[in-house]
Design a protein around this ligand. Structure first.
Ligand SMILES: Cc1ncc(COP(=O)(O)O)c(C=O)c1O
Length: 436
Protein backbone atom coordinates (compact mmCIF):
# COMPACT_ATOMS: atom_id res chain seq x y z
CA UNK A 1 0.00 0.00 0.00
CA UNK A 2 2.84 2.41 0.83
CA UNK A 3 4.29 1.81 -2.69
CA UNK A 4 0.98 2.74 -4.21
CA UNK A 5 0.81 5.90 -2.09
CA UNK A 6 4.39 6.74 -3.16
CA UNK A 7 3.50 6.54 -6.81
CA UNK A 8 0.33 8.53 -6.23
CA UNK A 9 2.36 11.26 -4.55
CA UNK A 10 4.89 11.28 -7.39
CA UNK A 11 2.12 11.73 -9.96
CA UNK A 12 0.48 14.38 -7.81
CA UNK A 13 3.77 16.34 -7.74
CA UNK A 14 3.92 16.28 -11.53
CA UNK A 15 0.34 17.39 -11.72
CA UNK A 16 0.78 20.29 -9.26
CA UNK A 17 4.26 21.40 -8.23
CA UNK A 18 2.81 23.33 -5.28
CA UNK A 19 1.40 20.38 -3.38
CA UNK A 20 2.72 19.94 0.16
CA UNK A 21 3.58 23.58 0.82
CA UNK A 22 4.29 22.42 4.37
CA UNK A 23 7.24 20.30 3.32
CA UNK A 24 10.30 21.75 5.03
CA UNK A 25 12.75 23.49 2.71
CA UNK A 26 10.97 22.11 -0.31
CA UNK A 27 11.41 25.23 -2.33
CA UNK A 28 14.22 27.78 -2.26
CA UNK A 29 13.36 30.78 -0.16
CA UNK A 30 12.83 33.85 -2.31
CA UNK A 31 13.55 37.15 -0.52
CA UNK A 32 10.77 39.69 -0.69
CA UNK A 33 8.38 37.15 -2.18
CA UNK A 34 8.19 34.48 0.52
CA UNK A 35 7.41 35.03 4.17
CA UNK A 36 9.57 33.79 7.00
CA UNK A 37 6.82 32.10 8.96
CA UNK A 38 7.41 32.09 12.69
CA UNK A 39 6.56 28.40 12.75
CA UNK A 40 4.80 25.67 10.84
CA UNK A 41 4.53 21.92 10.58
CA UNK A 42 7.95 20.35 10.25
CA UNK A 43 6.61 17.69 7.95
CA UNK A 44 7.78 15.87 4.89
CA UNK A 45 6.29 13.20 2.70
CA UNK A 46 6.36 10.64 5.50
CA UNK A 47 3.60 12.46 7.36
CA UNK A 48 1.53 12.90 4.18
CA UNK A 49 1.96 9.22 3.37
CA UNK A 50 0.96 8.18 6.88
CA UNK A 51 -2.16 10.36 6.77
CA UNK A 52 -3.31 8.81 3.52
CA UNK A 53 -2.49 5.31 4.75
CA UNK A 54 -4.40 5.82 7.99
CA UNK A 55 -7.49 6.95 6.14
CA UNK A 56 -7.30 4.16 3.58
CA UNK A 57 -6.63 1.38 6.07
CA UNK A 58 -8.25 2.65 9.26
CA UNK A 59 -11.09 0.52 10.56
CA UNK A 60 -12.58 3.00 13.00
CA UNK A 61 -10.88 6.28 11.91
CA UNK A 62 -11.64 8.13 15.13
CA UNK A 63 -9.36 7.51 18.17
CA UNK A 64 -8.19 3.94 17.93
CA UNK A 65 -5.01 1.90 17.69
CA UNK A 66 -2.83 4.67 16.18
CA UNK A 67 -3.75 7.11 18.93
CA UNK A 68 -3.14 4.42 21.56
CA UNK A 69 0.32 3.70 20.04
CA UNK A 70 1.23 7.37 19.95
CA UNK A 71 0.19 7.77 23.59
CA UNK A 72 2.52 4.94 24.58
CA UNK A 73 5.43 6.21 22.47
CA UNK A 74 4.98 9.75 23.79
CA UNK A 75 4.99 8.50 27.38
CA UNK A 76 8.12 6.50 26.85
CA UNK A 77 9.95 9.35 25.04
CA UNK A 78 9.21 11.93 27.73
CA UNK A 79 9.41 9.66 30.79
CA UNK A 80 5.75 9.45 31.72
CA UNK A 81 3.90 6.34 32.72
CA UNK A 82 0.58 7.33 31.15
CA UNK A 83 -0.69 9.72 28.46
CA UNK A 84 -3.99 10.61 26.87
CA UNK A 85 -4.22 12.25 23.46
CA UNK A 86 -6.96 14.85 22.93
CA UNK A 87 -7.87 17.22 20.12
CA UNK A 88 -5.88 20.25 21.34
CA UNK A 89 -3.62 21.66 24.04
CA UNK A 90 -6.55 23.70 25.33
CA UNK A 91 -8.61 20.52 25.72
CA UNK A 92 -5.64 18.90 27.46
CA UNK A 93 -5.57 21.71 30.03
CA UNK A 94 -9.34 21.46 30.48
CA UNK A 95 -9.55 17.72 31.15
CA UNK A 96 -6.32 17.71 33.15
CA UNK A 97 -7.65 20.31 35.58
CA UNK A 98 -11.05 18.59 35.79
CA UNK A 99 -9.25 15.32 36.57
CA UNK A 100 -6.90 16.84 39.16
CA UNK A 101 -9.81 18.49 40.92
CA UNK A 102 -11.69 15.21 41.10
CA UNK A 103 -8.68 13.06 42.00
CA UNK A 104 -7.43 15.33 44.80
CA UNK A 105 -10.98 16.21 45.90
CA UNK A 106 -10.45 19.94 45.55
CA UNK A 107 -13.49 22.12 46.24
CA UNK A 108 -15.05 24.79 44.08
CA UNK A 109 -13.11 28.05 44.35
CA UNK A 110 -9.97 26.40 45.63
CA UNK A 111 -7.07 28.45 44.37
CA UNK A 112 -4.60 27.80 41.60
CA UNK A 113 -1.66 30.19 41.23
CA UNK A 114 -0.88 31.08 37.62
CA UNK A 115 1.08 33.72 35.71
CA UNK A 116 -0.95 36.75 34.65
CA UNK A 117 0.83 36.73 31.27
CA UNK A 118 0.51 33.85 28.91
CA UNK A 119 -1.90 31.90 26.77
CA UNK A 120 -5.64 32.31 27.48
CA UNK A 121 -6.43 28.61 27.58
CA UNK A 122 -4.02 28.11 30.42
CA UNK A 123 -6.28 30.32 32.55
CA UNK A 124 -9.77 29.60 31.18
CA UNK A 125 -9.74 25.89 32.14
CA UNK A 126 -9.07 26.85 35.77
CA UNK A 127 -12.38 28.70 35.86
CA UNK A 128 -14.12 26.13 33.68
CA UNK A 129 -13.11 23.57 36.32
CA UNK A 130 -14.75 25.62 39.07
CA UNK A 131 -11.41 26.67 40.53
CA UNK A 132 -10.09 30.18 41.13
CA UNK A 133 -7.02 31.61 39.39
CA UNK A 134 -4.71 33.71 41.55
CA UNK A 135 -2.43 35.76 39.36
CA UNK A 136 1.28 36.45 39.66
CA UNK A 137 3.18 39.23 37.92
CA UNK A 138 6.12 38.43 35.65
CA UNK A 139 9.86 38.66 36.10
CA UNK A 140 12.04 40.31 33.46
CA UNK A 141 14.78 37.69 33.99
CA UNK A 142 12.94 35.01 32.07
CA UNK A 143 9.49 36.53 31.37
CA UNK A 144 7.84 33.82 33.47
CA UNK A 145 6.00 34.30 36.75
CA UNK A 146 8.01 36.12 39.40
CA UNK A 147 8.92 33.22 41.67
CA UNK A 148 9.84 35.59 44.50
CA UNK A 149 6.21 36.64 44.90
CA UNK A 150 4.68 33.16 44.72
CA UNK A 151 4.89 32.41 48.44
CA UNK A 152 3.08 35.59 49.43
CA UNK A 153 0.06 34.44 47.38
CA UNK A 154 -0.35 31.09 49.11
CA UNK A 155 -3.47 30.86 51.30
CA UNK A 156 -5.21 27.95 53.06
CA UNK A 157 -7.24 27.48 49.84
CA UNK A 158 -4.24 27.20 47.53
CA UNK A 159 -4.04 23.76 45.98
CA UNK A 160 -1.58 24.03 43.10
CA UNK A 161 0.86 26.14 41.13
CA UNK A 162 0.10 26.00 37.41
CA UNK A 163 3.35 26.56 35.58
CA UNK A 164 3.42 27.62 31.93
CA UNK A 165 6.91 28.50 30.77
CA UNK A 166 5.92 30.58 27.80
CA UNK A 167 8.22 30.12 24.80
CA UNK A 168 9.68 27.02 26.41
CA UNK A 169 12.12 28.62 28.80
CA UNK A 170 12.02 27.75 32.47
CA UNK A 171 12.55 29.74 35.66
CA UNK A 172 14.45 28.37 38.69
CA UNK A 173 12.51 25.14 39.03
CA UNK A 174 14.32 24.03 42.22
CA UNK A 175 12.87 26.99 44.07
CA UNK A 176 9.32 26.22 42.95
CA UNK A 177 9.59 22.48 43.65
CA UNK A 178 10.82 23.27 47.19
CA UNK A 179 8.00 25.76 47.66
CA UNK A 180 5.43 23.16 46.63
CA UNK A 181 6.91 20.65 49.02
CA UNK A 182 7.01 23.15 51.87
CA UNK A 183 3.34 24.10 51.44
CA UNK A 184 2.11 20.66 50.27
CA UNK A 185 0.99 22.03 46.92
CA UNK A 186 0.87 20.32 43.55
CA UNK A 187 2.93 21.57 40.62
CA UNK A 188 1.02 21.30 37.33
CA UNK A 189 2.60 22.03 33.93
CA UNK A 190 1.08 23.60 30.89
CA UNK A 191 3.92 22.27 28.78
CA UNK A 192 2.39 23.28 25.45
CA UNK A 193 5.34 25.52 24.60
CA UNK A 194 8.07 23.57 26.36
CA UNK A 195 8.09 20.03 25.00
CA UNK A 196 11.63 18.70 25.47
CA UNK A 197 12.79 21.57 27.71
CA UNK A 198 14.90 20.37 30.63
CA UNK A 199 16.01 21.48 34.05
CA UNK A 200 19.04 19.70 35.46
CA UNK A 201 18.85 17.03 32.75
CA UNK A 202 15.25 16.12 33.54
CA UNK A 203 12.26 17.22 31.49
CA UNK A 204 10.37 20.08 33.14
CA UNK A 205 7.35 17.81 33.28
CA UNK A 206 9.18 15.30 35.45
CA UNK A 207 8.85 17.79 38.31
CA UNK A 208 5.05 18.00 37.92
CA UNK A 209 2.13 15.88 38.99
CA UNK A 210 0.54 16.19 35.55
CA UNK A 211 1.21 18.08 32.36
CA UNK A 212 -0.33 19.10 29.07
CA UNK A 213 1.07 19.52 25.59
CA UNK A 214 -0.10 20.94 22.24
CA UNK A 215 0.49 19.62 18.73
CA UNK A 216 -0.87 22.67 16.87
CA UNK A 217 1.34 23.56 13.87
CA UNK A 218 3.23 26.28 15.75
CA UNK A 219 4.42 23.77 18.34
CA UNK A 220 7.35 21.38 18.51
CA UNK A 221 5.53 18.47 16.96
CA UNK A 222 2.45 18.80 14.84
CA UNK A 223 -0.53 16.49 14.41
CA UNK A 224 -2.53 19.25 12.65
CA UNK A 225 -4.41 19.87 15.89
CA UNK A 226 -3.87 17.82 19.02
CA UNK A 227 -2.81 17.73 22.62
CA UNK A 228 -1.73 15.35 25.36
CA UNK A 229 -2.28 14.95 29.09
CA UNK A 230 0.44 12.97 30.87
CA UNK A 231 1.12 11.84 34.40
CA UNK A 232 2.67 9.01 36.37
CA UNK A 233 -0.61 8.58 38.24
CA UNK A 234 -2.88 6.31 36.26
CA UNK A 235 -6.13 7.60 37.78
CA UNK A 236 -5.35 11.18 36.70
CA UNK A 237 -5.01 10.07 33.10
CA UNK A 238 -8.01 7.73 33.34
CA UNK A 239 -10.23 10.51 34.72
CA UNK A 240 -8.91 12.89 32.03
CA UNK A 241 -9.81 10.25 29.43
CA UNK A 242 -13.27 9.95 30.87
CA UNK A 243 -13.83 13.72 30.59
CA UNK A 244 -12.53 13.69 27.00
CA UNK A 245 -14.66 10.66 26.04
CA UNK A 246 -18.18 11.83 26.90
CA UNK A 247 -17.63 11.20 30.61
CA UNK A 248 -17.73 7.44 30.22
CA UNK A 249 -16.36 5.10 32.83
CA UNK A 250 -14.85 2.50 30.47
CA UNK A 251 -11.13 3.07 29.92
CA UNK A 252 -10.43 0.57 27.13
CA UNK A 253 -8.27 2.07 24.38
CA UNK A 254 -7.52 0.95 20.82
CA UNK A 255 -7.96 -2.77 20.27
CA UNK A 256 -8.95 -3.27 23.90
CA UNK A 257 -12.34 -2.04 22.73
CA UNK A 258 -12.70 -5.32 20.84
CA UNK A 259 -12.41 -7.45 24.00
CA UNK A 260 -15.91 -8.60 24.60
CA UNK A 261 -15.48 -8.47 28.38
CA UNK A 262 -13.30 -5.30 28.24
CA UNK A 263 -10.03 -4.72 30.08
CA UNK A 264 -11.86 -4.74 33.41
CA UNK A 265 -13.11 -8.25 32.61
CA UNK A 266 -16.67 -7.40 33.66
CA UNK A 267 -17.98 -5.25 30.85
CA UNK A 268 -21.59 -6.33 31.42
CA UNK A 269 -22.12 -5.93 35.13
CA UNK A 270 -24.24 -4.19 37.73
CA UNK A 271 -22.57 -0.83 37.21
CA UNK A 272 -25.44 1.47 38.16
CA UNK A 273 -26.23 1.57 41.89
CA UNK A 274 -29.85 2.57 41.28
CA UNK A 275 -30.53 0.09 38.49
CA UNK A 276 -30.82 -3.64 39.11
CA UNK A 277 -29.41 -5.30 36.01
CA UNK A 278 -26.32 -5.67 33.83
CA UNK A 279 -25.23 -2.58 31.93
CA UNK A 280 -22.49 -2.31 29.27
CA UNK A 281 -19.55 -0.49 30.90
CA UNK A 282 -19.15 1.54 27.70
CA UNK A 283 -22.45 3.21 28.62
CA UNK A 284 -21.66 4.02 32.22
CA UNK A 285 -21.00 7.73 32.71
CA UNK A 286 -19.09 8.63 35.83
CA UNK A 287 -18.43 12.25 34.78
CA UNK A 288 -20.22 15.01 32.92
CA UNK A 289 -17.82 14.95 30.01
CA UNK A 290 -17.12 16.36 26.60
CA UNK A 291 -16.10 14.88 23.28
CA UNK A 292 -12.48 15.99 22.81
CA UNK A 293 -11.18 12.92 21.04
CA UNK A 294 -8.54 13.15 18.31
CA UNK A 295 -8.63 11.22 15.05
CA UNK A 296 -6.58 8.10 14.50
CA UNK A 297 -4.72 9.75 11.61
CA UNK A 298 -3.46 12.37 14.08
CA UNK A 299 -2.03 9.59 16.24
CA UNK A 300 -0.22 8.04 13.31
CA UNK A 301 1.32 11.39 12.31
CA UNK A 302 2.33 11.97 15.93
CA UNK A 303 4.35 8.76 15.90
CA UNK A 304 6.27 9.93 12.81
CA UNK A 305 6.86 13.35 14.35
CA UNK A 306 8.23 11.84 17.56
CA UNK A 307 11.02 10.20 15.60
CA UNK A 308 12.14 13.66 14.47
CA UNK A 309 12.12 15.14 17.93
CA UNK A 310 15.90 15.28 18.48
CA UNK A 311 16.33 17.06 15.16
CA UNK A 312 13.52 19.49 15.98
CA UNK A 313 14.99 20.22 19.41
CA UNK A 314 18.47 20.80 17.95
CA UNK A 315 17.24 23.08 15.17
CA UNK A 316 15.06 25.15 17.49
CA UNK A 317 18.02 25.72 19.80
CA UNK A 318 20.39 26.51 16.92
CA UNK A 319 18.01 28.97 15.26
CA UNK A 320 17.38 30.67 18.57
CA UNK A 321 21.12 31.14 19.10
CA UNK A 322 21.58 32.56 15.59
CA UNK A 323 18.84 35.13 16.10
CA UNK A 324 20.13 35.97 19.57
CA UNK A 325 23.56 36.56 18.03
CA UNK A 326 22.10 38.82 15.32
CA UNK A 327 20.26 40.97 17.86
CA UNK A 328 23.18 41.07 20.30
CA UNK A 329 24.94 43.61 18.06
CA UNK A 330 22.32 46.24 18.82
CA UNK A 331 21.37 48.31 21.82
CA UNK A 332 17.79 48.63 22.90
CA UNK A 333 16.86 44.98 22.30
CA UNK A 334 17.53 42.02 24.54
CA UNK A 335 16.91 38.34 23.91
CA UNK A 336 16.05 36.23 26.95
CA UNK A 337 18.68 33.57 27.64
CA UNK A 338 18.24 30.24 29.38
CA UNK A 339 19.37 29.78 32.98
CA UNK A 340 22.56 27.74 33.55
CA UNK A 341 20.64 24.63 34.67
CA UNK A 342 18.22 24.75 31.76
CA UNK A 343 18.24 23.21 28.32
CA UNK A 344 15.41 24.97 26.55
CA UNK A 345 13.57 23.63 23.57
CA UNK A 346 12.66 27.13 22.40
CA UNK A 347 9.14 27.78 21.12
CA UNK A 348 10.21 31.23 19.94
CA UNK A 349 12.84 33.90 20.47
CA UNK A 350 11.63 36.32 23.17
CA UNK A 351 12.72 39.88 22.44
CA UNK A 352 12.47 42.70 24.99
CA UNK A 353 12.70 46.22 23.57
CA UNK A 354 13.74 49.22 25.63
CA UNK A 355 10.67 51.21 24.61
CA UNK A 356 7.22 50.93 23.10
CA UNK A 357 8.37 53.16 20.25
CA UNK A 358 11.21 50.79 19.38
CA UNK A 359 9.03 47.67 19.62
CA UNK A 360 6.32 49.18 17.44
CA UNK A 361 8.79 50.31 14.78
CA UNK A 362 10.81 47.08 14.86
CA UNK A 363 7.77 44.80 14.58
CA UNK A 364 6.36 46.96 11.79
CA UNK A 365 9.67 46.82 9.91
CA UNK A 366 10.04 43.05 10.26
CA UNK A 367 6.44 42.40 9.25
CA UNK A 368 6.62 44.75 6.28
CA UNK A 369 9.65 42.74 5.17
CA UNK A 370 7.68 39.51 5.48
CA UNK A 371 9.32 38.29 8.67
CA UNK A 372 6.54 37.12 10.95
CA UNK A 373 6.48 38.24 14.57
CA UNK A 374 4.12 37.31 17.37
CA UNK A 375 2.83 38.98 20.51
CA UNK A 376 3.96 37.60 23.79
CA UNK A 377 0.56 35.88 23.63
CA UNK A 378 -2.17 37.68 25.55
CA UNK A 379 0.16 40.01 27.46
CA UNK A 380 -1.50 40.76 30.77
CA UNK A 381 -4.56 38.50 30.42
CA UNK A 382 -6.59 40.93 32.57
CA UNK A 383 -6.46 43.44 29.71
CA UNK A 384 -8.29 41.00 27.43
CA UNK A 385 -12.05 41.55 27.02
CA UNK A 386 -12.98 37.99 28.01
CA UNK A 387 -10.91 38.15 31.18
CA UNK A 388 -11.50 41.68 32.53
CA UNK A 389 -13.86 40.37 35.19
CA UNK A 390 -11.15 38.22 36.77
CA UNK A 391 -9.22 41.03 38.41
CA UNK A 392 -7.66 44.44 38.26
CA UNK A 393 -5.00 44.54 35.54
CA UNK A 394 -3.31 47.57 37.12
CA UNK A 395 -2.01 45.45 40.02
CA UNK A 396 0.53 43.85 37.68
CA UNK A 397 2.90 46.64 36.68
CA UNK A 398 5.48 44.43 34.99
CA UNK A 399 2.93 42.45 32.97
CA UNK A 400 1.44 45.73 31.84
CA UNK A 401 4.63 46.54 29.97
CA UNK A 402 4.60 43.30 28.00
CA UNK A 403 2.39 44.44 25.14
CA UNK A 404 4.49 47.62 24.93
CA UNK A 405 7.92 46.04 24.91
CA UNK A 406 7.91 42.30 24.22
CA UNK A 407 7.40 40.21 21.10
CA UNK A 408 8.83 37.03 19.69
CA UNK A 409 10.42 35.80 16.51
CA UNK A 410 10.27 32.23 15.28
CA UNK A 411 13.02 29.65 15.67
CA UNK A 412 11.12 26.73 14.22
CA UNK A 413 13.06 24.06 12.30
CA UNK A 414 11.22 25.24 9.19
CA UNK A 415 13.49 28.32 9.29
CA UNK A 416 16.63 27.48 7.32
CA UNK A 417 20.03 29.19 7.02
CA UNK A 418 18.97 31.26 3.98
CA UNK A 419 16.10 32.67 6.01
CA UNK A 420 18.40 33.33 8.97
CA UNK A 421 20.69 35.33 6.64
CA UNK A 422 17.69 37.25 5.40
CA UNK A 423 16.60 38.00 8.97
CA UNK A 424 20.13 39.31 9.67
CA UNK A 425 20.03 41.54 6.62
CA UNK A 426 16.69 43.07 7.59
CA UNK A 427 17.63 43.50 11.27
CA UNK A 428 20.95 45.14 10.30
CA UNK A 429 19.15 47.44 7.92
CA UNK A 430 16.61 48.42 10.57
CA UNK A 431 19.21 49.37 13.16
CA UNK A 432 21.84 50.83 10.85
CA UNK A 433 19.36 53.00 8.96
CA UNK A 434 17.73 53.97 12.27
CA UNK A 435 14.20 53.17 11.25
CA UNK A 436 12.89 54.25 14.63
C1 LIG B 1 1.05 27.82 26.74
C2 LIG B 1 -0.07 27.35 25.87
N1 LIG B 1 -1.08 26.67 26.43
C3 LIG B 1 -2.11 26.22 25.69
C4 LIG B 1 -2.17 26.41 24.33
C5 LIG B 1 -3.33 25.90 23.56
O1 LIG B 1 -2.97 24.87 22.67
P1 LIG B 1 -3.92 24.50 21.44
O2 LIG B 1 -3.74 25.57 20.41
O3 LIG B 1 -3.43 23.18 20.96
O4 LIG B 1 -5.30 24.47 21.96
C6 LIG B 1 -1.15 27.13 23.71
C7 LIG B 1 -1.23 27.37 22.26
O5 LIG B 1 -0.38 27.86 21.59
C8 LIG B 1 -0.08 27.61 24.48
O6 LIG B 1 0.92 28.30 23.93
Amino acid sequence: MYDLIDSFLESAKHYDKDIFPFIANKKDFCEGEDSVYYSGPYWDEQEAKELIYSVLKGKWLSSGEQVANFEKQFSSKFNFKYSLMVNSGSSANLVMLHALKKFFEWNDDDEIIVCVCGFPTTVAPIIQSGLKPVFVDISWNDLNWNINTLESLITPRTRALFSSPVLGNTYDLDYVVDLCEKHKLKLISDNCDSLGSKWKDKYLTEYSIASSCSFYPAHHICTIEGGMVSSNIKEIVDISRSFAWWGRDCYCVGQQNLLYKGVCGKRFDHWLPLYDGPVDHKYVFSNMGYNLKPLDLQGSVGSIQLKKFSEIHFKRRTNKLHIQEILSSYEGVEVIKELPNAETSWFGVPVICKSKKLKTAFVEYLESNKIQTRNYFAGNILLQPGYLHLGDYSKYPEANQVLDRVFFLGCSPTINSVMINYIKKIVDRFFLDLHY
